[in-house]
Design a protein around this ligand. Structure first.
Ligand code: C2E
Ligand code: MG
Ligand code: MG
Ligand code: MG
Length: 280
């Protein structure tokens, strides 16, 4: 009896697993086609100072699939990382971002904007990452001080000293670094102390309930104080309300990103926003 049930159960699991494997393989194939057919786009989300001045933007990838419509990075970046496809995708992102920076640097209204680009663990762990980036910077002839790479704590698990060396080399030529989603990973303060970065980015999960959750308030206050004490710039992500911005400001965080200012938007919309802001 139980043997039969067991066997049935096994069959059931097998089928589910088979379906998952097939779905994954299909998604991987779609992702390869997306790279080949250039189905990606960068959206830009403004970053502002406490006075409302535009500091720059974060570049966020969008996948425009011909049948499925827009696919969120949450639904393909993890698979891209597992399959290694994040390498060609990441290279495309860096090239596209730098081409955009080049255009901004030719216009007085946009020449000071800093563009933040997300870099995944696999990318930065590549042996020739520094060389790759240098050649992209040279190809587009951009001022490296306008490019900010967003790293996450999760990449500070293995070969931390190798990453520190890479960051140091790139810092020397001017490239900026921000630690994204700060507070959600397991990075030890030991690493933070040694990490030659410029900025901490407070994760949106702490900003969301800032007004009502006393624990979140305490965490955010602590991150801001720690940033200042370590000589780091600090920015909050996921700022949606004036109240959240006011609290962050009152605690000394002067840089913000979130729907309160703008969603991530296509380049034309982003530039329209910048020109509108500089008009006033
Ligand atoms: P992230 O780097 O932490 O980016 C912030 C995410 O929060 C973005 O989601 C953005 O649209 C969203 N967001 C911004 N403001 C608000 C707000 O006020 N409220 C709420 N609820 N959300 C807000 P998105 O664009 O879906 O990207 C998700 C994640 O995918 C990113 O998180 C990043 O980890 C990854 N990603 C996006 N583009 C790239 C890329 O080019 N390369 C790599 N490696 N990862 C990327
Ligand atoms: Mg980011
Ligand atoms: Mg983030
Ligand atoms: Mg985040």
């Amino acid at each position: 009896q139980s043997k039969v049930a067991g066997r049935n159960r096994l069959c059931f699991f097998n089928q589910t697993m088979q379906e998952a494997i097939t779905a994954r393989a299909e998604m991987e194939q779609k992702l390869r086609e997306a790279i080949e057919h250039n189905q990606f786009q960068l959206y830009y989300q403004i970053q502002v100072s406490s006075s409302g001045q535009a500091l720059g933007a974060e570049a966020l990838i969008r996948w425009q699939h011909p049948e499925d419509g827009q696919i969120s990075p949450f639904n393909f970046i993890p698979l891209a990382e597992e399959t290694g496809l994040i390498l060609p995708i990441g290279e495309w992102v860096l090239n596209t971002a730098c081409a955009q920076l080049k255009k901004w640097q030719q216009n007085p209204l946009t020449q000071d904007l800093v563009l933040a680009v997300n870099v995944s663990a696999l990318q930065i762990h590549q042996e020739d990452f520094v060389e790759q980036l240098k050649s992209i910077l040279q190809k587009h002839k951009i001022t490296p001080e306008r490019l900010k790479l967003e790293l996450t704590e999760s990449m500070l698990v293995e070969n931390v000293s190798g990453i520190i060396t890479k960051i140091n080399t790139l810092r020397k030529i001017g490239v900026l670094f921000s630690l994204d989603d700060f507070g959600t990973g397991y990075s030890s303060l030991q690493y933070l102390k040694k990490l030659p970065i410029n900025q901490l980015k407070i994760d949106q999960s702490f900003v969301r309930d800032l007004i009502t959750d006393t624990n979140d308030r305490a965490i955010v206050r602590t991150i801001i104080t720690m940033s200042h004490n370590l000589g780091l710039n600090v920015i909050a992500e996921g700022v949606e309300t004036v109240e959240q911005k006011q609290y962050l400001l009152s605690e000394g965080c002067m840089n913000y990103q979130g729907y309160l200012f703008s969603k991530p938007v296509p380049i034309d919309e982003f530039e329209a926003l910048i020109f509108r802001l500089s008009d006033t």
